[in-house]
Design a protein around this ligand. Structure first.
Ligand code: ZN
Length: 497
């Protein structure tokens, strides 16, 4: 008998159930008629029950125990056992009732949050948020994996990260970002975005998005792009990766940078080594690491001058009415405007981190310091004024803008900012080995960067934990200075400094 092989086989099956569940979800978001929600919701709930009961079964416990006793386990086997244990622990520590309560409060809360946001009336959402905060506190208490409750929730998305660690990173980052934003406020030569807000034919945007991802080596033989209201990336197996984009006819960046961002996630999902295909290890090392890949392609590559040296003439051909007589240099500046704004998802590379720090501080207070939901809107606006110097005119553009708190994603926000930091640090290492990467982009050539990422990041999936992987790639622990250096070198010239 080979205990390790039995463990692999058993968890392969669980993973396949998850992929089937992902297919149901992908179809719902991309194809399904709106009126069919009820039937689909029941199917999804059934799949989740199946996955949950298999994960926490006695069989799982036995398989893990037997596998651990085996000699000569490889690095990959050990990683598999680590992840299997993590899943088993989580599944057994959380009672079915709590899972159900979170799911129901999340789906009802989501509908109420949408209403509240539409009417810009926080009081509609407040009771559901209160309930969700309590459920998240209970979840953290039961899991009890981190040194504090909020650390435990962060660990769900960024394994190993704690509140203290993230805090230290953000405290280092915050004053530097604020200083840069203030400096740019005083610039006498600010770029503006008006060119991006003209009418851009949706059909042509779609065609261009396909052209771009072809150039980025997205493999259409094992993946596809579609449209959905909220862009996302998912895998239906290790050789079937789907992602979506959205098209706004009066704002070009939504589709173009949305596509590049999701394509970055998709390339990660497509790049796992065959040995770990369709296993628990066929996932990003963490949410933050996943985000590092999407943001590297979207921002470091996709918003670089070299990228547009190649693409701008093509865009001019597609949209001569807007771009024929428009200078490339100005276009490049327009996609890199830095400006305090209310909405996180539209924020630029510099102010983005400040939006995250605000949410990070509020989440900590909600989970650990007894902050009441009713106090949130006021505190949100206060912090916004503090960090970005602006106050939202209403709650829709303030505390109600994100979907995360209506669902169960407490502890997720920090991973977005960590993604930016990982990206800058990893890219720095890529440049050391391959200093001519930016020259590649001018020729529409992106495979040298992709090959670097495949070899150093993608192939490993979840075999290594984040801190180990980052050290393996860059030789260092997380160092936010790389991000600041990247920001200064890129944006100072744009703002005439
Ligand atoms: Zn992303």
């Amino acid at each position: 008998m080979n205990a390790m092989k039995d463990l692999w086989d058993y968890f392969n099956e669980i993973m396949r159930l998850r992929y089937i569940n992902a297919l149901l979800d992908w179809d719902q978001q991309v194809n399904m008629p709106k009126g069919s929600v009820k039937g689909r919701a029941e199917q999804t709930a059934l799949m989740q029950r199946l996955i949950h009961s298999r994960t926490k079964s006695d069989k799982t416990a036995h398989l893990i125990k037997d596998a651990e006793k085996q000699n000569n386990l490889s690095e990959i086997d050990l990683a598999m056992i680590r992840e299997a244990k993590r899943e088993y622990d989580q599944a057994t520590k959380i009672p079915d009732k709590l899972v159900e309560d979170i799911a129901i409060t999340g789906s009802v809360g989501n509908i109420e949050w949408e209403k509240a946001r539409e009417k810009s009336d926080f009081s509609i959402f407040q009771p559901y948020l209160e309930k969700m905060i309590n459920l998240q506190i209970e979840l953290a208490e039961r899991l009890d994996t981190g040194p504090t409750l909020y650390s435990t929730l962060i660990d769900l998305f960024e394994p190993g990260a704690t509140y203290d660690w993230v805090s230290k990173v953000f405290n280092n980052l915050r004053p530097k970002l604020v200083k840069i934003v203030n400096k740019f406020e005083g610039s006498s030569d600010k770029p503006n975005q008006s060119i991006l807000k003209k009418y851009y034919d949706p059909e042509k945007q779609w065609k261009l998005s396909i052209e771009i991802i072809k150039k980025l080596d997205f493999d259409f033989n094992t993946g596809r792009q579609d449209k959905s209201t909220h862009p996302f990336t998912t895998s239906l197996s290790s050789i079937d990766t789907r992602f979506t984009t959205r098209i706004w006819e009066n704002f070009l960046p939504a589709c173009i940078f949305g596509t590049i961002h999701e394509c970055g996630h998709a390339l990660y999902q497509m790049g796992f080594k065959e040995e770990i295909h369709d296993t628990y290890l066929a996932e990003g090392s963490s949410a933050g690491f996943h985000e590092s890949q999407s943001r590297m392609w979207e921002n470091i590559v996709g918003r670089s001058k070299e990228f547009w040296t190649y693409w701008f003439p093509i865009f001019q051909e597609y949209f001569p009415e807007n771009l024929r007589d428009y200078p490339m240099e100005e276009f490049y500046r327009s996609i890199n405007v830095v400006q305090p704004s209310f909405i996180r998802v539209e924020a630029d590379e510099v102010t983005y981190g400040l939006h995250i720090i605000l949410r990070f501080e509020l989440e900590k207070m909600m989970v650990e310091d007894n902050l009441q939901a009713s106090e949130l809107p006021g505190l949100w606006n206060e912090k916004m004024e503090n960090l970005l110097g602006i106050t939202p005119p209403n709650d829709a553009e303030g505390v109600l803008q994100d979907i995360h708190w209506s669902g169960a994603s407490f502890g997720y926000f920090p991973t977005y900012a960590l993604g930016n930091l990982y990206a800058a640090q990893i890219y720095n290492s890529a440049l050391k080995i391959n200093p001519s990467l930016p020259e590649d982009y001018k020729k529409g050539e992106f495979s040298n960067l992709l090959n670097y990422l495949k070899e150093n990041v993608h192939q490993y999936g979840k075999i290594y934990q984040v801190t180990d992987l980052l050290k393996k790639i860059t030789g260092e622990d997380l160092n936010p200075d790389y991000f600041i250096k990247y920001i200064e070198e890129k944006f100072y010239p744009i703002y005439g400094f």
